[in-house]
Design a protein around this ligand. Sequence first.
Ligand code: SAM
Length: 392
Amino acid sequence: MEQSDLECNNVTDCNFEEEAAGKKVIEFKPPLYRQRYYFVKNLVNQHKPKKVADLGCGDTSLIWLLKFHSCIELLVGVDIDEDKLQWKGSKLSPFMGDFLSPRDLNLTITLYHGSAVEKDSRLVGFDLITCIELIEHLDSGDLARFPKVVFGYLSPAMVVISTPNSEFNPLFPTVTLRDSDHKFEWSRMQFQTWALDVANLYNYSVEFTGVGEPPAGAEEVGYCTQIGIFRKNCTKSTTLCQSEQHGELTYKAVFTAIYPSLQQKRFRQLVLTNEVFREVQSMKRTFVQSLKPQDEGEFGDKSKDTGLSRACFKLLGPVFTEAEKNNIEKSPEPFCVGNKFYVPLERLFAYPKVNRLCDNIEVLKALLAGSVGLNSDGSAVKVDLLDEEESY
Ligand code: SAM
């Protein structure tokens, strides 16, 4: 379900310069904000974090893109502007497709109204915290508090901070700050000096990169957006610190969505029942078909207490690997008694899609009970050999 159409694997090659009304303007393709989002998405693909928070998440566009990553189980957005959060919240709710095809792992999305420079213990110990175009909105007091909260208190395994590179600004038509709310815009030297100090103080390493390539001939200005990727150096002592940091709940939750997943019994049961039903119907059809050429319409007489020939249930090549095929073929075969068709649970359990939904046959039996007919000792699924319309 990942949004692969939105991926841009080599974003830095996509920018170009364009003539407009005789003036040269820089235009980024994809737009710069998307390049920043793709950058984060690529990091998530690489590192597979489970808990991700986006501080200064704005209209939650990045959160929306990240929700398609199956590795993420907790996705949190924080912004000081409550209106932005509420406006886009509903886009983050599960939709029909999420119920029809539940995720493998749980996903909870929560949006908080709060400030990135206030402590809240619900964000402690995340795998990744992103601050995309946030720090330049902080005044000097808040900027001083920011590392204490994010690195010292929240202490995530990885932090990504992006901010404008002021050296790029002369390439824009106006050379002032890029946004009226920006409190500053830093050169690469200023950002790197700040970032290295923070990294040293809180025991992180930092790597510098960016998005938004300069046009040919102006390479010396660097990326339009500069990015620091901070990785926590030690884990043991910080883990200890984290467990002591609890109880501070300063943020106000304004939106929460819990996605359906196969970790939740009712969804696992639903998906399993559908899968079993599909396989049983397919085996039954194959069986009925196999009887027709010999004695069309009189399968009732043919269906004595009998195992079915292997040829009957030939497994289609591309669907299964050789190992899966062997596994299925050596499991007990479906059989027929009178007008009933039986598929042993052991057979069903050999099918990969069924197998991945339950740990063992007892679990398979328990999950099917109540929604699928079983034989008297509960070892096989039992269905009518003839569906209503087939019996005419
Ligand atoms: N990260 C988003 C993106 O890249 O699309 C939004 C970036 S926008 C330029 C900056 C965001 O930071 C705004 O939504 C603003 O409300 C938020 N912000 C400013 N100060 C903040 C603070 N102290 N805590 C949390 N959010 C803050």
